[in-house]
Design a protein. Structure first.
Length: 474
C-alpha cells in the first residue's frame, strides 16, 4: 500500500517544534511543506515593511530546518491549494488555525470545497493557549473585561496543551518544486533601511528559543518590577517570535512553569498574565471581528478627531519635541520594536494630545513593528484610545513628561534614541523647553534647530481632549 502524501501548509506557525499540524501530518505519512504569501488579504492588511523583513528571514530559517523542502507561492490560497492538491496527488492537507476574520472565512470556504472534492482537511490549534471558542461566561456570552476573562474563564478551563516533541521523523514526498523562490516573494526592502532591525533581532525558531532562555535566566524573576522601564532589558521581547509562530505560547507557558514552579510568584504570575493579554486580544478579535475597523465602544463613532498631516508626520518621525515620545517613535523606526510602556505613552499622545484618530497610529505601527499583529495591535490601540474593551477611560490622559520622569529617571532611554539631547542634565532631559538658556548652551542645544520646540502645550492639549470627549460623553 502506498504511503499517503499530505500538504503541510505553514502560516503563522513557522517552527518545527510543538507544531500540532506538522506532527499530525508526519503521523499520516509523507509531507510537502508549503508557504503561501497571501495576496487576497483585505486592502491595507498586507504585512508592513518590518513584518515582511521578518517573514523573509523566518522563512529562510524554517526552510533550513526542513532541509530546503519548503515550497513558496504567492497568490490566493483558495486558488493555489486546490491546484496543488491535484498536481501533487495529495490526499490531505494540514494547517494550524489563524484568527483574523478574513483568514477564518477563507479557511472555512477552502475546507468545505476541499472536503467536497474528497480531500482530508485537518486544522489544529498551534497559536493559542485557549482558543476563543472554548471560553465563555456562565450565560454563554463573550467576556469583555480582561480580569474575569483570564482569571475565571481561562485559568478555570482545561490547562493549555503541553508542548509536543518535534516529529520523530519527517519524510518528504518526492515531488517537483512547483513554487517560486523566496527571493521572488520580494519581502526585503529595495532601499536599505533595515540595518538597525537586523542588528536587533534573530528571526527563526532558534532565535526564539535563545530569547526565551535569556529571558528566563536574566529577567523573568524581576519582571513585575522591571517591565515598565524602557532602558532596562526587563521584558522577553518574544512578541515577533510569537506573532510568526517561531515559538508557541505553550512552549513559553510551560518552560516558565517548569523552571519556576507552579507557585504564586508575582513576577511569574504577571508575565503569564501578559500572555493572557495576547490571548484576550485574539478572543476579542474572534468574538468582535470588526475590531480592526470600528470602535469597540460605538459612542466614539461621533468623536471629532483632528486631521493634521503635519502633526502626524512629526509624531511618526519622532519630532514632536516631547523627548519620551520622540525616543519611542525613533526606537520603533530604528529597531522595529517599541517598549510597551512607551507604546502606551506615544499612543496616548497621538490620540489625546494631538487628537488624531487611533487608526492613524495603528496603521503606522502596522507598517513599522516587527511584531505587528492584527489582534494585539488593534485591541491595544483601541485600549489606548479609550474606545476599546476594558479600556482606561478616555479622561485618563498620560502626561508624557511625568511618564518620562518616572520610568526613565536617568534619561538613558531618551539619550539612546535622541542623542541630540545627550548632554542635557537629568533635570531637563524630559523637558528641554524648561531648561535655562545657559543650560541649553552648555548642552550644545538650540531648541527649534537641533531639537523641536514642543508640538503642543501639554496642559492645553489635555484640556482640548477632555472638551472633545465631553461632547460624546452623554
Ligand atoms: P513581554 O512583556 O515580555 O510579554 C510577553 C508576551 O505577552 C509578549 O511577547 C506579547 O505576546 C504578550 N503581551 C504583552 N503585553 C501585551 C499586551 N498589552 N497585549 C497583547 N499581548 C501582550 N503586541 C504585539 O504583539 N503586536 C502588536 O502589534 C502590538 N501593538 C501594540 C500597540 C499598542 C498601542 C500597545 C500599547 C501595545 C501593543 N502590543 C502589541 C502589546 C505589547 O506592547 C507588546 O506585546 C510587548 O511590548 C512586546 O514586548 P515583549 O515581547 O518584551 O513583551
Amino acid at each position: 500500500m502506498s504511503v499517503p502524501v499530505s500538504i503541510m501548509w505553514f502560516r503563522q506557525d513557522l517552527r518545527v517544534k510543538d507544531n500540532p499540524a506538522l506532527n499530525a501530518a508526519c503521523d499520516e505519512g509523507k509531507i510537502i511543506p508549503i508557504y503561501i504569501y497571501d495576496t487576497s488579504v483585505p486592502n491595507g492588511r498586507e504585512p508592513g515593511g518590518a513584518s515582511k523583513w521578518w517573514l523573509h528571514h523566518s522563512l529562510t530559517s524554517l526552510n533550513e530546518r526542513l532541509n530546503g523542502h519548503l515550497q513558496f507561492f504567492s497568490g490566493d490560497p483558495e486558488i493555489i491549494i486546490p491546484e496543488l492538491m491535484e498536481a501533487f496527488s495529495a490526499s490531505g492537507i494540514f494547517w494550524n488555525r489563524c484568527y483574523a476574520p478574513w483568514q477564518i472565512n477563507r479557511d472555512k470556504a477552502l475546507k468545505a470545497s476541499l472536503k467536497e472534492s474528497g480531500y482530508a482537511v485537518t486544522s489544529c490549534n498551534g497559536s493559542l493557549l485557549w482558543e476563543p471558542m472554548s471560553i465563555s461566561k456562565k450565560d454563554g456570552g463573550a467576556y469583555k473585561v480582561f480580569t474575569p476573562y483570564y482569571r475565571k474563564g481561562c485559568l478555570n478551563a482545561a490547562p493549555p496543551r503541553y508542548p509536543k516533541a518535534p516529529p520523530a521523523r519527517i519524510t518528504y514526498a518526492d515531488v517537483p518544486d512547483k513554487g517560486t523562490s523566496l527571493a521572488r516573494l520580494s519581502l526585503l526592502p529595495e532601499v536599505n533601511w533595515d540595518d538597525g532591525i537586523a542588528e536587533s533581532w534573530t528571526p527563526g525558531e532558534e532565535g526564539a528559543a535563545d530569547r526565551l532562555a535569556h529571558f528566563m535566566d536574566e529577567a523573568a524573576c524581576r519582571y513585575k518590577e522591571d517591565r515598565d522601564f524602557p532602558a532596562t532589558a526587563g521584558t522577553s521581547k518574544l512578541s515577533p517570535h510569537l506573532h510568526f509562530g517561531e515559538i508557541s505560547p505553550n512552549q513559553i507557558w510551560y518552560a516558565i512553569k517548569d523552571k519556576f514552579g507552579d507557585n504564586e510568584d508575582k513576577n511569574i504570575d504577571t508575565f503569564l498574565s501578559e500572555l493572557g493579554w495576547r490571548e484576550f486580544s485574539y478572543y476579542l478579535l474572534f468574538h468582535f471581528p470588526t475590531l480592526p475597523n470600528r470602535n469597540f465602544n460605538a459612542k466614539f463613532d461621533k468623536f471629532a478627531w483632528r486631521k493634521s498631516a503635519a502633526d502626524l508626520r512629526a509624531w511618526q518621525q519622532g519630532q514632536t519635541g516631547i523627548p519620551i515620545v520622540d525616543a519611542g517613535m525613533r526606537e520603533l523606526w530604528q529597531t522595529g520594536y517599541m517598549h510597551n510602556r512607551v507604546r502606551m505613552v506615544v499612543g496616548s499622545f497621538l490620540v489625546k494630545n494631538l487628537l488624531i484618530s487611533w487608526h492613524e497610529g495603528e496603521r503606522w505601527f502596522w507598517d513599522c513593528l516587527v511584531d505587528a499583529d492584527i489582534a494585539s495591535n488593534t485591541a491595544s490601540w483601541q485600549w489606548v484610545a479609550g474606545c476599546g474593551a476594558d479600556a482606561a477611560p478616555f479622561f485618563r490622559i498620560f502626561n508624557p513628561l511625568l511618564q518620562g520622569e518616572k520610568f526613565d529617571k536617568q534619561g538613558e532611554y531618551v539619550r539612546t534614541y535622541c542623542p541630540e539631547l545627550s548632554d542635557l542634565p537629568n533635570k531637563y532631559i524630559h523637558k528641554p523647553w524648561d531648561a535655562p538658556d545657559e543650560v541649553l548652551k552648555k548642552a550644545g542645544l538650540t531648541l527649534g534647530e537641533d531639537y523641536p520646540e514642543p508640538l503642543v502645550d501639554l496642559k492645553a492639549s489635555r484640556q482640548r481632549a477632555l472638551d472633545a470627549f465631553s461632547d460624546i460623553k452623554g
